[in-house]
Design a protein around this ligand. Structure first.
Ligand SMILES: NC(=O)C1=CN([C@@H]2O[C@H](COP(=O)(O)OP(=O)(O)OC[C@H]3O[C@@H](n4cnc5c(N)ncnc54)[C@H](OP(=O)(O)O)[C@@H]3O)[C@@H](O)[C@H]2O)C=CC1
Ligand SMILES: O=C(CO)COP(=O)(O)O
Length: 358
């Protein structure tokens, strides 16, 4: 398990409870020491007891020595460098699952595409779904999708395919894996939901409630579906755990760092003061840019993601940006029906939405 943050530690606990001997690699001595001596990751998952079969190390060569499989669980911006280290130390044929949610800046590559560039012929897949780390580590019933290209399974029985082996290894009685071969659909779901959660948080923080959140979730799902499809993914994948499942979870709770960032910004907290000034991984922040860059390149309109980008990266005023989002020309639902028209009522509106923001 490469990455000893909250999600890497939670997944390592699941695997160890399922019977695997797990080596968890991270950069921090104090975290490794804590795990080995106190059976706890007090920095990232305080108060969660960790199983005995799990050992931690700060040497990546030690973590990968003789490993039968690897999982990369660091923030999306670090996946390439960790994959490069895996290529140096891991056996040539082990499958590698990527658990980061995002799109690489500049290249617009999915996380598995980034890893594939570094990992040669090793099968590369993704694990993604509605899975808060703490609940997973505490053994709450949780489900996620394991996606690998099934061409890796051509010469194998279904049960020997990398997706199936990861799904089985991750079964600890509480965690349940589903398998898929639609990497694009699965990964786009995981990346886009974080940006939509920031939007939901912003509107919640600004004083709006359930109607607004439901509208953003549903229209956000449409943006996710359109981008996945334009890239070659399947629309039905987006209706699964890694799409609507994760979108619903992340947009419903301030346990989500993305939703929480949005809420703080919506309340008017300055970015540098959010999370009491502590550095917290908020994938949707940088990904608001990488995802909209990619969407623009492939000609997909993502108005909610664009609004988040404008506020986070282009100095857009929150109330004005959302008011503009809400007064766009009338569109069809579903968007496959090509129908769009301006509505003069927007100019004469009785409710001046900008004035309704808290
Ligand atoms: N937490 C969750 O509930 C879930 C998270 N995810 C995804 O998992 C990914 C990781 O997030 P999460 O574990 O939550 O984040 P955390 O902030 O909890 O931990 C991040 C971890 O990544 C490590 N790290 C960062 N950069 C590097 C690097 N270059 N080399 C080695 N280690 C590095 C950090 O190490 P250090 O301590 O040394 O800085 C830390 O251990 C994200 O993409 C997230 O979206 C997916 C599902 C659920
Ligand atoms: O991906 C997650 C749950 O599935 C975690 O969400 P946050 O990164 O917003 O905390």
């Amino acid at each position: 398990m490469l990455g000893s943050g909250s999600w890497g530690t939670a997944l390592a606990a699941v695997l160890a409870r399922g019977g695997a001997d797990v080596r968890l690699w991270g950069r921090r001595d104090d975290v490794a020491l804590d795990i080995n001596e106190k059976r706890e990751n007090a920095v990232y998952l305080p108060g969660v007891p960790l199983p005995e079969r799990l050992t931690a190390t700060t040497e990546i060569s030690e973590a990968l020595d003789g490993a039968e499989a690897a999982m990369i669980v660091v923030p999306s911006r670090s996946v390439r460098s960790v994959a490069r280290a895996v290529a140096e130390w891991a056996a040539e044929d082990i499958p590698v699952a990527i658990c980061a949610k995002g799109i690489e800046a500049d290249t617009g590559l999915l996380m598995t595409q980034v890893a594939e560039e570094e990992l040669g012929s090793r099968p590369v897949g993704a694990v993604s779904g509605p899975t808060f780390a703490r609940e997973t580590a505490l053994g709450h019933p949780t489900a996620a999708t394991v996606a690998f290209d099934f061409r890796y399974a051509d010469r194998l029985s279904p049960a020997e395919s990398p997706a199936a082996r990861f799904a089985v290894s991750l079964s600890d009685g509480a965690f349940r894996g589903y398998v898929s071969d639609d990497l694009i659909g699965v990964e786009i779901g995981g990346a886009v939901k974080n940006v939509i959660a920031i939007a939901c948080g912003m509107m919640t923080g600004a004083g709006f409630a359930e109607n607004t959140r439901a509208a953003l979730i549903t229209r956000g799902l449409d943006e996710m579906k359109s981008l996945a499809e334009a890239l070659g993914g399947r629309r039905e994948t987006v209706t699964g755990l890694s799409g609507i499942g994760d979108l619903t979870l992340t947009c419903s709770s301030e346990t989500s760092r993305n939703m929480s960032l949005g809420t703080q910004l919506g309340r008017g907290v300055k970015r540098e003061d959010c999370f009491d000034g502590q550095p917290v991984v908020v994938e949707g922040e940088m990904n608001a840019r990488s995802i909209t860059d990619l969407a623009r390149r492939v000609g997909v309109s993502m108005p909610i993601a664009e609004a988040v980008r404008k506020i986070l990266h282009e100095g857009g005023d929150l109330a004005e940006t959302f008011t503009a989002l809400w007064s766009r020309p009338i569109e069809a639902e579903p968007r496959a029906m090509d129908l769009s028209f301006d509505h003069p009522a927007a100019d004469a509106a009785l409710i001046k939405l900008t004035e309704r923001f808290a």
